[in-house]
Design a protein around this ligand. Structure first.
Ligand code: GDP
Length: 295
């Protein structure tokens, strides 16, 4: 587990021969190594600074544990802090008291939003929850077709009204249909743009207002690294998210976006996407992500 960082910390400490406990002076080298590891994992710079300040405060107040080397004690503090900041445990999907639970999917185009919509439906289906998917991306007819195709593949119905209808109306009717059919979860796929823009945010806010979802999940591409922080800040400020899905973790990113998303929004990452296939969705576990980020 995070051997690279552990080795670097060990050598940082070896330079300080004879110092067998964590002190304000000898901690600086170690903090520098942690900062480097987090930046290499693509954690946003400001998020790194805040995180390091938290670790520094904890490490300085740490009791000396006899028999435990200070570098090992320090790395445990870093790991625990990382797990804590990312929420300690997996947070399951919210469920409405009266069905259907409504889940609104938000995010930029190409992040894996439509795929994640189908993945989530399949995940719920496997635990005996039935879903209805709703296609509101009227700007790209191919996006509607894509959801319909995925729906067929996982045998989950898709509600759509073609590409001439108003997205807010489609979402509203989709939820009504879900209610009428007694499904327990309605997942609404929305339009994404290549960049954050006013129209997209305005439309999302109107859909949210109309359907009052229990979950508004931001779909974040783990490969976007530093950018994940700005994206999260904007979506959270403008529409308010309740959680996130981090996609493309099967790529070679170290997943630093997870720390940025959580620290900036205060909302949990609920699932991770680990491949193109509809089965490739897993619940998010902070411990696993902490190990991955530390490298
Ligand atoms: P949308 O525009 O946000 O709806 O994105 P799509 O769902 O169409 O996905 C964009 C591309 O990313 C597609 O080629 C997907 O197969 C791919 N994709 C989505 N999720 C993942 C993932 O977790 N891992 C990988 N490797 N590819 C993914």
């Amino acid at each position: 587990m995070f051997d690279a960082l552990a080795d670097r910390l060990e050598s940082a400490w070896k330079k300080l021969r004879g110092q067998d406990k964590i002190t304000p002076a000898n901690i600086q080298d170690a903090l520098r190594e942690v900062r480097r590891a987090l930046l290499e994992a693509d954690v946003n710079l400001q998020v790194v600074k805040d995180f390091i300040a938290g670790v520094e405060a904890k490490a300085q107040g740490a009791e000396v544990i006899s028999g435990v080397r200070p570098d090992q004690q320090f790395i445990k503090i870093v790991y625990d802090e990382l797990v804590e900041v990312m929420g300690d445990t997996n947070v399951p999907l919210a469920q409405a008291e009266v069905a259907p639970t409504v889940v609104l999917m938000a995010g930029l185009q190409g992040t894996g939003k439509t795929t994640a919509t189908a993945k989530l439906a399949l995940h719920l289906k496997k635990i005996d929850r039935n879903c209805l998917l709703v296609a509101t991306d009227v700007y790209r007819p191919a996006a509607i077709d894509q959801l319909v195709t995925l729906g067929k593949q996982i045998q989950v119905p898709v509600f759509e009204m073609g590409s001439d209808a108003d997205p807010v109306e489609i979402a509203r009717r989709g939820v009504e249909q879900g209610k009428a059919e007694g499904v327990d979860t309605v997942i609404i796929d929305t339009a994404g743009r290549l960049q954050i823009d006013r129209d997209m945010m305005g439309e999302l806010a109107r859909i949210k207002e109309a359907v009052q979802p229990q979950e508004t999940l931001l779909v974040v591409d783990a490969m976007t690294g530093q950018e994940a922080a700005n994206l999260t800040r904007t979506f959270h400020e403008e529409i308010g998210i309740t959680g996130a899905i981090l996609t493309k973790l099967d790529g070679d990113s170290r997943g630093g976006a997870a720390l940025s998303v959580r620290q900036i929004s205060g909302q949990p990452i609920k699932f991770v996407g680990v491949g193109e296939k509809v089965e490739a969705l897993q619940p998010f576990y902070p411990e696993r992500m902490a190990s991955r980020i530390l490298g």
